[in-house]
Design a protein around this ligand. Sequence first.
Ligand SMILES: [Zn+2]
Length: 171
Amino acid sequence: MAAFLAAWGEVVSGVSALVDEALDVEPLGGTTVSWSAVCARERVAQLPDEERLPLCRLHQQTKGAPAPEVNAVLEAFVAHRRVAVLSTLTEAQREVAGASLATLLEHAVAHYAKASAAPVKRGLFKHAKVAAAKHQYGTSSRPEVYVMECPSCRGPRQQEALVCVFCGAGL
Ligand SMILES: [Zn+2]
C-alpha cells in the first residue's frame, strides 16, 4: 500500500507541477526550455509555431502554452503512470484509483483552461506574483488541482464511500 500511496502522491503533485509549468510559458503560445523538456519526456510532439498563437486565441488564453498541447501532455503523463499506480491494487481499490485518475485529469484540464484565460496582471515581477499568490491562498496546503482524499492515508476516495478502501479508516 505504501508503494501505491507514494505513486499516487507523485501523480497528484506531478499534474499540479505540469499545469504551473505550462502557465509559466512566456510569451503567450511560446515555449520554454523546461516546457519543451516536459513535452519530450512525455513523448508529446509540440504544436508547430504557426498554430500556437491561433490556438491560444481560440481558447481565449492570456498566457501559457497552447491548451491542446497542455491537455495532450497531461493525458500522456497520467497514462504513462497509470499502470504503476494501479498494478498493486485489489479490484475495489483499482476502481476508486482509476476513477480518481480520471477526475484528476478532468480537474487539471479545467484548471488550466481557467487559469490560462485569467487577466494578466501587468507590471508584476515574478517574485511579486509569487508573494501575491501566497498571500491569496494563505497557509492552506490544498493544491489547486485536487481530488478528494482519505484524511488518514491520503489515498483517493469517492464521495459516497463510508470506509477508505486503502487503509480501512471510516470517512
Ligand atoms: Zn485511507
